[in-house]
Design a protein around this ligand. Structure first.
Ligand code: FMN
Length: 250
């Protein structure tokens, strides 16, 4: 009788352990019961076969390699060739992304412009680590940058701001980017207000608007290849300032 009781108790104990581990596991990695067997999207895929990277032809710096690919994307008339998805992290550790346009590339890094008080601006103020991703579908290519941002000088931001169309310059004053607004009417009212304010004058750069430079420490070039045997080449910055180039599995 005692042995049977012991046996039943151990079974119960085992079940308890299972239940506890289930609860703990699902707290960390909660899964969903929904899974895709076959949906109308599941067969959408392309075989990539247009281009092949040759290691010996790759540039010594990622900036040069990137310039070559960006020129290819522009020549191929890929839509929005300078568009990149910029990932930042908020104070709780939550990553978030949005598209911004690249405005320059050099050995120093890549730059873009935005509102310093926007969500991304505030996030980069707390945590300057960012990632940026370019996807050029016509060329079956992706480039992923990792690095830290710093603000461009006021002079550099002034120069670029001055080159923008007047309406875009007024828009930079009118739009409290990322803040809640009452609707389009309110935005247009603000636009008209600043249009009036700057009538007959130059539109100066708002103090809350300017550029950032992403200074990279890692840049990955991805070339789609047949049968998912894609090519990935990763440049990593070394302590001596040189770039190491390594191929990694797709
Ligand atoms: C094609 C495209 C280009 C964009 N370019 C910029 C840009 O250069 N700068 C910018 O601040 N927002 C740009 N945006 C808008 C951003 O994606 C985003 O909505 C905005 O910057 C607010 O982001 P945040 O609230 O995360 O700060 C662009 C959006 C698209 C779709």
């Amino acid at each position: 009788m005692n042995r049977l009781r012991g046996f039943l108790l151990s079974l119960y104990g085992l079940k308890l352990v299972k239940v506890c581990s289930f609860v703990l596991f699902h707290q960390r990695y909660s899964t969903t019961k929904y899974f895709v067997l076959h949906s109308k999207y599941s067969d959408i895929r392309r075989n990539y076969e247009q281009w092949e990277m040759k290691r010996e032809e790759m540039e010594l710096s990622p900036a040069l390699q990137f310039q070559n690919w960006l020129e290819d994307a522009i020549a191929a008339e890929d839509t929005e060739p300078t568009a990149m998805s910029l990932a930042t992290v908020d104070a709780s550790g939550q990553p978030t992304q949005r598209v911004v346009l690249l405005k320059d590339v050099s050995d120093a890094g890549i730059s873009f412009f935005t509102n310093y008080n926007s969500s991304k601006g505030l996030q980069m103020g707390h945590n300057p680590k960012v990632s940026a991703n370019f996807f050029w579908p016509l060329l079956e290519r992706q480039v992923r940058w990792e690095g830290r941002v710093s603000k461009l000088s006021a002079e550099a931001s002034d120069n670029y701001f001055a080159s923008r169309p007047r309406e875009s310059r007024i828009g930079a004053w009118a739009s409290p980017q990322s803040r809640a607004i009452g609707g389009d009417d309110m935005l247009m009212e603000r636009f008209r207000k600043f249009e009036q304010q700057f009538r007959g004058k130059e539109v100066p750069r708002p103090p809350h608007w300017g550029g950032y430079l992403i200074v990279p420490h890692k840049v990955e070039f991805w070339q789609g290849r047949p049968n998912r045997m894609h090519q990935r080449f990763v440049y990593t910055l070394q302590p001596d300032g040189e770039w190491d180039l390594m191929q990694v599995a797709p």
